[in-house]
Design a protein around this ligand. Structure first.
Ligand code: 5GP
Length: 207
């Protein structure tokens, strides 16, 4: 890295089965380590109890969501079960430029869009140790109806097809361990990228 160039941040996409604990892992990562920024998505779904507009999501109407698509305001967007979700472009770009390691907690279709646009992004898929455990956690959450649990499990089956496109599989057995692993892999990948960039510059200058 050149001395006077501010170090650029990185982008990490974290996907995983609904109920696998992505949200908890991200919150713990942010509170344990410096330098991370979590992107807040827009969604057309209703807030769950305890969710705050602007913190978990920006809760918007379908009209506002569609307008943001037309304005090119999303880095990616997708439908999940019955609702739309999208990543506001501006925040992510600004935070990366400011040197932050930005985290996107998004589902698989969105992750594939990001990989196409930004192949240097880290991709991590979070799972429970077993399918049984996934069902237990979804039910235990207490915020989902049986219909919604069934919908999310059916969706999980479809999502397994995308796992091979992710660089990392993170098995969320022990929360602390999962958080430590996520931090390590993001930092490792940053070092690798910095090494490659430096190598490339050196190669160009070597004659
Ligand atoms: P939930 O309704 O449980 O909060 O989220 C449902 C799914 O949508 C989760 O898999 C979550 O990661 C995903 N999601 C949240 N925000 C976004 C987004 O901005 N883009 C995409 N593609 N998926 C998102």
């Amino acid at each position: 890295m050149s001395e006077n160039r501010p170090e650029k941040g990185s982008l990490t996409v974290v996907s995983g089965f609904s109920g696998a604990g992505k949200g908890t892992i991200m919150k713990a990562l942010l509170s344990r380590y410096e330098g991370y920024a979590l992107s807040v998505s827009m969604t057309t779904r209703e807030p769950r109890e305890g969710e705050v507009n602007g913190r978990e999501y920006f809760f918007v109407s379908q009209e506002e969501f569609d307008r943001t698509i037309e304005e090119g305001g999303f880095l990616e967007y997708a439908k999940y079960v019955k609702h739309s979700y999208g990543t506001p472009r501006r925040y992510v770009e600004d935070q990366i430029a400011a040197g932050k390691d930005v985290l996107l907690e998004i589902e698989v279709q969105g992750a594939m869009q990001i990989l196409k646009k930004m192949p240097e992004a880290n991709t991590v898929f979070v799972t429970t140790p077993s399918a049984e455990e996934l069902k237990k956690r979804l039910r235990g959450r207490g915020t989902e109806t049986e219909e919604s649990v069934a919908g999310r499990l059916a969706r999980a089956v479809e999502e397994t097809e995308f796992i091979p496109y992710y660089q990392h599989l993170l098995i969320n057995d022990d929360l602390d361990e999962a958080v430590g692993k996520l931090h390590a892999l993001i930092q490792d990948s940053k070092k690798r990228q910095a090494f490659v960039e430096q190598f490339r510059e050196d190669l160009k200058n070597i004659g």
